[in-house]
Design a protein around this ligand. Sequence first.
Ligand SMILES: Cc1cc2nc3c(=O)[nH]c(=O)nc-3n(C[C@H](O)[C@H](O)[C@H](O)COP(=O)(O)O)c2cc1C
Length: 196
Amino acid sequence: MNQDKTPGLRSTMRIIVGISGASGVILGVNLLKALAQHTDCETHLVVTEGAQATFPYETGMRLDEVARLSTHYHAINDMAAPISSGSFITDGMVIVPCSMKTLAGVVTGYSDNLLLRAADVCLKERRRVVLVPREMPLSSIHLGNMLKASRHGCVVMPPMMTFYNKPQTIQDMIDNLTGRIMMAFGLSFPGFAPWK
Ligand SMILES: Cc1cc2nc3c(=O)[nH]c(=O)nc-3n(C[C@H](O)[C@H](O)[C@H](O)COP(=O)(O)O)c2cc1C
């Protein structure tokens, strides 16, 4: 059993990763790769149709290649997938990147696809939900929805640049964000050094 994980009911961690159609789908890919380094961490991946449309613009990856980075992949319209039920116990969910449409769905409980249903389930079961909302600039609708998400208990973690760690590459910045997301689940990540 991994000693650096948050206490749970199982000897393994189980994290749902949702990738939606905002810019930065590579952030979701990087998180999946990092979680795969924790051999006792199960990942349940769900990718929206919006994200599937974004992948060709931003990466050379096909959906099946992304899916292989997870331990369990679920189709976006498979509402009977295990992550659709609260009785399937998980440690929570990360939506990275989180589009403004998916953000709106999360805060209103409008669960018309598996990603939104899984987030709704995590919130009703009081499990951790980390959102990585990405848009620029942000309208008052977007900002209002982020405030609502925070009040509903979500951790709102926009992919903001950090400079104190002296990043040399874009990958350094991606790793920094990945490390912060993993920290929210009590998981370490070698690409991220906490401030000392
Ligand atoms: C290349 C590309 C980049 C996009 N970037 C963003 C973005 O940063 N933020 C956002 O909210 N929507 C963005 N969109 C639009 C969303 O993909 C679109 O609103 C989609 O319907 C979101 O649906 P989903 O949340 O179900 O993935 C982008 C679309 C494309 C094709």
